[in-house]
Design a protein around this ligand. Structure first.
Ligand code: RIB
Length: 291
């Protein structure tokens, strides 16, 4: 069977992960339990999730010309994600994420670094790769004009684009309208789509809202349908949303209906939280079948 072809356009970070018994309060110093540097970035995580599940994945992005950049490229190669469209930018660091993991939750501060250098001209260099994709997947850790350009370009090329609006940032409705699916978490959905009026936006049929251990929901004829998720042991939820998005793109590219695609994505996300780090717990096909 032909592998689904997915292009992920977005961020690549090195995650600086500190595990602690509690979050420090403002102005407080505490001792942590454990520290690791692990590959991350919402874009990279989504690409690795899709590749582990058997997709042919191409990544369009940038790293810095530094030691982290080298390690991040090596990680993509080891995970069978094509690095042909990843550029090493001089004079800027690779993207970074400072992550504190505590009490099965996290707080994250990102430094854009090379991710901030993604621009429309760079994206236009890869029109052929984009045009030949089953789905394009984007998130919001690259500059807003670049995101808008990608949405316009995918629309022009007739390639369905999944917009994962994380971290939350408002776009003009004309961009949401051009998405195939929009996948905020509950918090992002509240900020972007429900904060001013309590009515559903016109494009609500494209919304798939993730809600952690409560599963995910979508709308059918204005009715909210919940797709539940199996309970699992939680070590670290970092990257669970990214796993959901990568898996969703794989399932949709393989021709699944919306409900079974969400169910598949829920399962992948729930398996991913059992290990420390955004990418460490992402399941492959075998785990998906055996668990
Ligand atoms: O979604 C999790 C990711 O958010 C982390 O890997 C971190 O790099 C931040 O981008």
């Amino acid at each position: 069977m032909r592998k689904p072809k997915i292009t992920v356009i977005g961020s690549i970070n090195m995650d600086l992960v500190t595990v602690a018994d509690k979050m420090p309060a403002q102005g407080e110093t505490i001792s942590g339990a454990h520290f690791e540097t692990l590959p991350g970035g919402k874009g990279a995580n989504q690409a690795i999730a899709a590749a582990r599940l058997g997709a042919d994945v191409n990544f369009i992005g940038k790293v810095g010309n530094d030691a982290f950049g080298e390690l991040l490229l090596k990680n993509f190669k080891e995970q069978d994600v094509s690095t042909d469209c990843i550029l090493k930018e001089n004079d800027v660091s690779s993207g970074l994420a400072n992550i504190i993991v505590s009490d099965k939750d996290n707080r994250i501060i990102i430094i854009a670094g090379a991710n901030g250098k993604m621009n429309a001209r760079y994206i236009d260099g890869f029109k052929e790769e984009i045009a030949s994709s089953d789905y394009v997947l984007i998130q919001f850790e690259i500059p807003k004009p670049t995101i808008e350009h990608i949405v316009d370009l995918c629309h022009e090329l007739g390639v369905p684009v999944i917009i994962n609006p994380a971290p939350a940032m408002q776009l003009d409705d004309k961009y949401w309208d051009k998405a195939a699916y929009i996948t905020p978490n509950e918090h992002e959905a509240g900020r972007l789509f429900y904060s001013t009026e309590k009515t559903l936006p016109g494009f609500h049929q494209k919304l798939i809202i993730t809600n952690g251990s409560k599963g995910a929901y979508y709308f059918n004829d204005g009715r909210m349908i919940t797709v539940p998720v199996q309970k699992t042991e939680v070590v670290d939820t970092t990257g669970a949303g990214d796993t959901f998005n990568g898996a969703l793109a794989v399932a949709l590219s393989s021709g699944g209906d919306i409900e079974s695609a969400i169910s598949f994505a829920n399962k992948a996300a729930s398996l991913s939280v059992r290990k420390l780090g955004a990418q460490s717990g992402m399941p492959d096909r075998e785990e998906m079948e055996n668990e």
